[in-house]
Structures are given as C-alpha cells and as structure tokens.
Ligand binder design. Structure first.
Ligand code: AMP
Length: 453
C-alpha cells in the first residue's frame, strides 16, 4: 500500500516523502480512508503505531479542501486534546511537518508556562489547536478560546486522561463542542469509563484496533530451552518431530544458518524451505505458498526476510538463535497467535545467548518459563554430520573427536582405534570442498563420521 493509493494529495505526499515515509503503517492504512470519508473513528492504538500521522494527515487534507476557510481569532477549526505537554508538542510538530506544503496553521497550548505567548497566537487565529485539557479549559474560561467553529475533534490517549485525573476537564470541554463535527477518539485500552466517554463523543464510529506488540507477547505461550550450541540441531529435529502437525517458522540470525538448518533437517527426513536475502523472489514466494497451503510444515527464515510475512494459522515459532535485539524477539513471536489464535514460541538459548535472554525478559517484563525437553542426544549418522557442519572449523572439529583419534590425526599415523569404539566408529576418507564458517574453502581432509550402532 502507498500513501498515494490512500488518496493523499500531492502537497502532503511531498512532505511524507521528505520525511522518508515509504508506506503507511497499519493504523494509517485503515484509518485514513475512513477519516477522508468524514466518518467518526474509535481507534484502539497506542503511541508507536503511527497513530499521530493517521489522524493528522486526513485532518490536514480536509482542511486544505475547505472552500472559504477563514481563521478567526481564538476559534480553531480542528481541536486535538492530549494528556501531556510532550505529546501536545509532538502532535503540533506533526501538523507542521506533514502540512509544510499546505497553508494550514497550528499552535500548541499546555500548562506550567505563562499563557501570554499562547493567547497572542490564538488571537492571531489558527486552523488547528493542540491542547492539554487543563490549560484549554482555563483559556476557554478566560474567553481566549471558543470551540464553536470546531469541525474536527480528536481525543488522544483517552485512558491516560482518566489515569491522570483529567476526565472531568475532558467532559467539560466535550460539552462545548458543536454537534456537527467529525470526532476521533484514541485509547490504548478500553476500561468502562472510557467506553462510556467514547459513546458521548462519537456518533456511529468506525472502529480500528491495532494490537500493540506487547499484547501479542502476552498471548503467545513462550518457553526457553537451554542447550549447547552443538546440540541445537538434535534439539530442533526433536521439537519438529514432536510438532510435526504444526505450521512452524524457525528463525535464525544469518542466511548461512538458515541454509544449514534446511540441510540437516533434510538429512533427518524433515522437509523445509528457507527464505532469506540470497533467495530469489520466486523461491521466496514458492516457500511461502508451500507453508500457507500446508505442503510443507517448516519454514526457516532470517529476520529481514520474514518481515511482512503473514501466515494465518502459524502455530509455532522456534528461535533457533536468540536475537541480539530484544524487540526482534517480540516481532518474531508475534508471527504466531494472531487474531486471537493460540500461538507457541520455543526459544533455544546457549551460553553465549544468556545476555540476550536477559534483555528480552526485561523488555517483555516476563520471565520466560524453561521447557525441559527430553530429547535424545544419541548421535546418528545424519545428526552427527549436521552438528559437525554447525561447528566445523579446524579447531573445534578436532575437539569433537575422542582424544586418541585426535592424536592419530596430528601424527598422521594410522593408530589403533580403541576396542570399545570399534563397533561404533567407521573411518571414512572423504574429499570434500565445503566452506567453513568464514566462507573459506576447507582443504580436502579426512572426515571421521560416527556410525549408527
Ligand atoms: P506515533 O505512534 O504517532 O507516535 O508514531 C511513531 C513514530 O513513527 C513517529 O516517530 C513517526 O514519525 C513514525 N511514523 C509514523 N508514520 C510512519 C510511516 N508511515 N513510516 C515511517 N515512520 C512513521
């Protein structure tokens, strides 16, 4: 979706482009067409969703379209009431920014400062007034502001108004608004008093609800599974087998990691597709279609590739690696548990990732319960080669081998394999040209694989 497709006029489009906004956010996409039609709106959304632009843009556009618009002293055409001085300033800045190529004027009034400058500007006349409730009521009572010309009213962060004890002031302000106007009402939560207030303000409103990411985090059943890095392939294989009937998205930090996972899963008999930046658009689309239609159950993705992916009925998210940015965790697990459905997220955490886990728990204000998953660390041919792939560098390759074999490799002499290992080990010479973790070609080497009993 683009702002142009939403019907935004050129002067505002130009300002949005200058701001670097490429696409509307979900609340903008939903609210702007409703507001441009002149309907009342009840928006369940909080700061951070792009809600300010969602109401600022259509108000600017409608004001610009008004014929014979005139500004009269102390009598604005649009009124925005918001609980704090900071929010008021931000909203005023939004009107100035998005309206910089229009001739719409605005001013901001709030308490805690002298009123002289504010009343002077009000007397000059402005199209848009942004105000905190106390100062607005005060200046109304002193006769500096009249609401009789208000054609657009916005009540922003209504639940915070209630918490901060402004609700009586708000009621008094509403009582002075003319009946013929477009009304917008925003609140992150909807306690009974707020529902009652919204009914007083709004006619027959359209409703837009944007789920904040945090709510998503609370809805998803999360668990953490501590594991050594080298055990993650076996753990993943186990979890996927246990959940073979669930559409599952596995996240990795790197493109390389995503490909490795598909390879070891293939060896373990689990079909999966990977999507990441190195895959063609067609390959990505096929991978998405496969999981959406249920042809494959497992999709491996990097964070960037997964952006914007919307798979209905995605039941499980697995964090094969924990993200180093806590917000990314919330975005990842938000892929499941959509639209009220049950969702589950299992995260694997190795020693090096403990610090990331701490940051995540701090952000979501929850301790993620630990899942004690009983998985077999019995190494099969398939899983062994997979875990070797994971950790294959000349150094730790040797470390995964029994010490006697290490010695054999160092001396290059064909030493004796201990009796107790004879039945389990097979030594195989393999010419191989695989890449190490740095992407360098590993010289042909002797590969020792563990053999199934
Ligand atoms: P708000 O929820 O209104 O406080 O907005 C949150 C942040 O998102 C602000 O910093 C806005 O400048 C920014 N923002 C709003 N709309 C967009 C958009 N369409 N694209 C990118 N950033 C945006």
């Amino acid at each position: 979706m683009t702002f142009r497709k939403l019907g935004i006029i050129d002067p505002i489009l130009e300002a949005l482009k200058a701001e670097g906004y490429e696409n509307p956010t979900p609340i903008q996409e939903q609210a702007i067409p409703i507001l441009l039609e002149g309907k009342d709106l009840l928006g369940c959304a909080q700061t951070g969703t792009g809600k300010t632009a969602a109401f600022t843009i259509p108000i600017l556009q409608q004001l610009t379209a008004e014929k014979n618009r005139k500004v009269s002293a102390g009598s604005p055409r649009a009124l925005i009431v918001t609980p704090t001085r900071e929010l008021a300033i931000q909203i005023g800045e939004s009107f100035s920014t998005y309206g910089k190529f229009t001739n719409i004027t605005n001013t901001v009034i709030f308490g805690g400062v002298k009123q002289g400058n504010q009343t002077r500007i009000l007397q000059e006349g402005v199209d848009v007034l942004v105000a905190t409730p106390g100062r607005l009521l005060d200046l109304m009572n002193q006769g500096y502001v009249s609401l009789r010309n208000v054609g657009w009213s916005v009540l922003d962060e209504a639940d915070r108004m209630l918490d901060m004890g402004f609700i009586h002031d708000v009621r008094k302000i509403i009582a002075k608004l003319p009946p013929k106007r477009q009304s917008l009402f925003f609140s992150a939560t909807m306690p009974p008093e707020i529902v009652e207030l919204s009914k007083k303000i709004l006619g027959n409103p359209a409703r837009v609800t944007i789920q904040p990411e945090m709510t998503t985090a609370e809805k998803v059943k999360q668990s953490i599974c501590f594991a050594e890095k080298a055990d993650k392939p076996a753990l993943l294989t186990h979890v996927l087998r246990e959940n073979h009937d669930k559409a599952t998205l596995v996240f990795t930090r790197t493109k390389h990691g995503a490909d490795k996972i598909t390879r070891f899963l293939k060896k373990a008999g689990i079909t999966s597709n990977a999507i990441h930046g190195n895959k063609s658009q067609t390959a990505r689309q096929i991978a998405l279609e496969n999981i959406k239609k249920g042809y494959t159950k497992v999709l491996i993705a990097t964070d960037i590739a997964a952006r914007g992916i919307d798979i209905d009925d995605l039941q499980l998210v697995i964090n094969y690696d924990l993200p180093n940015i806590a917000e990314t965790y919330v975005h990842r697990i938000g892929r499941t548990g959509r639209a009220g459905a049950d969702g589950q997220a299992i995260s694997f955490c190795d020693k090096e990732e403990r610090a990331y886990l701490k940051d995540i728990q701090k952000l979501i204000k929850q301790t993620i319960p630990e899942a004690k998953i009983q998985y077999t660390r019995e190494i099969t041919n398939k899983e062994s080669s997979a875990s070797q792939e994971e950790s294959r560098t000349p150094r730790n390759f040797r470390e995964t081998l029994p010490s006697k074999i290490n010695h054999r490799k160092k001396t290059g002499k064909p030493g004796k394999i201990p009796d107790h290992l004879q039945s389990r080990l097979a030594v195989k010479k393999t010419e191989n040209k695989e890449l190490n973790s740095k992407g360098e070609v590993i010289s042909p080497r002797r590969i020792i694989r563990l053999k199934k009993n």
